[in-house]
Design a binder for this molecule. Sequence first.
Ligand SMILES: [Zn+2]
Length: 252
Amino acid sequence: MSLFFTAVIFILGLCIGSFLNVVILRLEKSESIGGRSYCPHCKHPLTWFDLIPVFSFLFLGGKCRYCKAKISWQYPMVEIGTAVIFLLITNDQLPITNMAGLLNVLFLFYISSSLIIIFVYDFYHYIIPDIVLFPAIIVALPFHVSWNYLLAAMLASGFFLCIFFVSHGKWMGFGDVKLAVLLGLILGLPNILAALFLAFFFGAIIGVSLMLLNQKGLKSELPFAPFLILGTFMALFWGPEILNWYMGLFIV
Ligand SMILES: [Zn+2]
């Protein structure tokens, strides 16, 4: 990938990431996406100078220019995260030679944007917003309408549905059951298995660490969607490598 093309995709990712932050904020306040951006603390309207991805955060020292309230690290992290994921997607799909290739990249940009919103929203609020999840499922269906993907969606959501029923919704929310449909449709078989394995692996490490640090008691819940989405991105980019490594553990 040329340096110029890399820079273009990276800047596009930063701008989309900035937009995703707006969507997350408006979802929290149940507002429409349109209208001018404002500081969530003092409600002062923001100018273009306050809205440059990452740079505004750095120039302003992580504080609102008007009321000096701290700006959440969520903003630059979502922007940089989106940019990095867009770069990985583009790099994965090169060379793009026809319309179908271009359409597939745009599809993955859209799906990953939806997953980033769900990641942040579930992390803070323990809720997976249907208004973001359902359109993504509807878009993913025609792109991946084959038994491989449908079976992955059914297996993953069926698995979570079992956990949901067995634990009476305590170990896994119903939102995770619905999210698993989307993840199966994106990854297909066998990549979905790599994503689930990674999600439980990271979930266990963080869960046990928090318990040891006494941050979370045994009974308090940990949002699971962020782990599922982290596992999905890793499986999307390195699925076969992860599965090969995992299988290699059993073949000596
Ligand atoms: Zn302010």
